[in-house]
Design a protein around this ligand. Sequence first.
Ligand code: SAM
Length: 298
Amino acid sequence: MAGPIPTLGNPKNTIEILNKYRFVFQKKYGQNFLIDPHVLDKIIKAADITDQDYVVEIGPGIGTMTQYLASAAAGVTAIEIDRALIPILQDTLQGYNNVDIINEDVLKVDLKELADKKNNGRPIKVVANLPYYITTPIIMGLFEKHVPVSGITVMVQKEVAERMQAGPGTKDYGALSLAVQYYAQPYIAAYVPPNCFMPRPGVGSAVIRLNVYEQPPMQAEDEALLFAIIRASFNQRRKTLQNGLSHVPELGISKELTVRILEEMGLSASIRGEALTLEQFVTFTNLYIRCLKTARKV
Ligand code: SAM
């Protein structure tokens, strides 16, 4: 244990701190603070934090989870956008000598550079009770910018967690499922009801753990193109893949070409994008790239 025992994470102590600083909740920042120690224990357990780990926490709030993380990890950097929370964090985290606080919008922080600096380029772990209004940009930013990260354990809206974990043939399956599963193996570690937060959110929540691959098991030759194809397929969810892709002229994939590639993959010309697995999307993308290269040669 690298510091004192966590003291926040129950309603009484949370209210005391909020009153001491006359803190006013900012709805625009998605502020719902955890007040249940059992949930905090579950998050720390799901994140599998050891004293060898360096952790980045996004949105520490009043420092409730930060105290737990600082007790378990070698070091923590906590990034908080709300300036009013900084003096509170300096107070609640004063007993921990392994925590740095950054007052910044996480979307503006170069997390790759931060990981390089704080952990000598070794993979960090990201743990957060995320502000729900920017869940997707935060997670996709970590993946697409290739931040060295081995595990991401985050509280998100229940429906979003289910979408991340969904497979083909289910209603939740979509561009987010495929993007997350390209980079990581997801599993939902816990469902968390609104009464575990202050104030209570209007939606249910879930803790999801993403075990990030060192290398994606199936690699697209052009990741940006893979995701553009995936997005185009799900924009037109009820359409066949050939119609969906031909609706996005920037992709330059004609109906005829889609059918030819599908044939080569042994798939029906009338298949819908929502029926394709991640592997099939990757294969489709790589075959399309091969067609482009061949066309350039002739
Ligand atoms: N971790 C705390 C807890 O569990 O009690 C607070 C979680 S609360 C759901 C989300 C936190 O993220 C808030 O403290 C909010 O101010 C902060 N936040 C919102 N948008 C942010 C952003 N763009 N960058 C950094 N922090 C942000």
